[in-house]
Write a protein that binds this ligand. Sequence first.
Ligand code: SD4
Length: 332
Amino acid sequence: MKRRTFIQNASLSSIGIVAGGTALSCKNENAPKDAVSDPLLIDNSLPLVVATWNVKESTAKAWEVLEKGGSALDAIEQGCRVEEANAEGQSVGIGGLPDRDGNVTLDACIMNAEGDYGAVVYLQNIKHPISVARKVMENTPHVILAGKGAEQFAVSEGFVKEDLLTEASKKAWEEWKKTSEYKPIINIENHDTIGMLAIDKNGDISGGCTTSGLAYKMAGRVGDSPIIGSGLFIDNEIGGATATGLGEEVLKTVGSFLIVELMRQGMTPQKACEEAIGRIVRKKKDFKDFQVGYIAVNKKGEVGSYSIHDGFSKTQYQNGQNLTIASDFYNK
Ligand code: SD4
């Protein structure tokens, strides 16, 4: 089942969330139905990988790399590629829902423990933007490549062009065109960006974020996901954070950078995610109409997550366990 449908169909669950050693309880009514209610099952040991949403196959792949002693950066790339290659997933890589002109355009970024960053925005016809982003980071003097230039670069690096619009996504787009109404809908309009954070056995942190962006966006629209500090930020001395949801609001508050800076000042990952959501809801009277979710890790291997509304979850592979955990949220 697609994550989106899965999240929509999820049953009522009562969740206990651990934040900085304190057990909080919340009701995340739309959490995936296999989301655990006991995050205490997980300790703060390393290595670890955590990703937005219910993406156990992606975290399992990343864990495989980490367990063998691989780098957090390799784990991130390999983990993100799993979901990018999943044609059923309509928010990342192949099969992503198109913009309103019917074009699938992908955004992704990656950041390593040295503080290097690479991104592609508005990339078309290439299934693995996370890998192209890594090539931008490693093989160019730049940090972001966009559109045609990004595609040309990918081809020059050996990536193969293919049509990313699947029959299912084309059908969904044709259906959408009948009304052409554009309104972000909480947890339904495809808030399924994969943001992933990993810490390897050496304690080094890397992160990645990959998405087809908001379904039926305007042509040329770029979201938060590929933008450093917004969709993702890593500081190997402190920790990392990544975002999902309505990118415009994440961009306006530079959410992931904010979370890392709050952790630098001593907040736990949980408290820092809560404050970043607080910055949005205090300013935006219409927060009831959109969703934003964050996950964060610190150098100690502590994990936090928070969103505006219920329905958000994270998948965490740590201490040999791969668990989807419902997230605490603001709008109770
Ligand atoms: C964006 N943040 O492009 C992304 C959307 C998202 O799952 O999270 N989709 O604004």
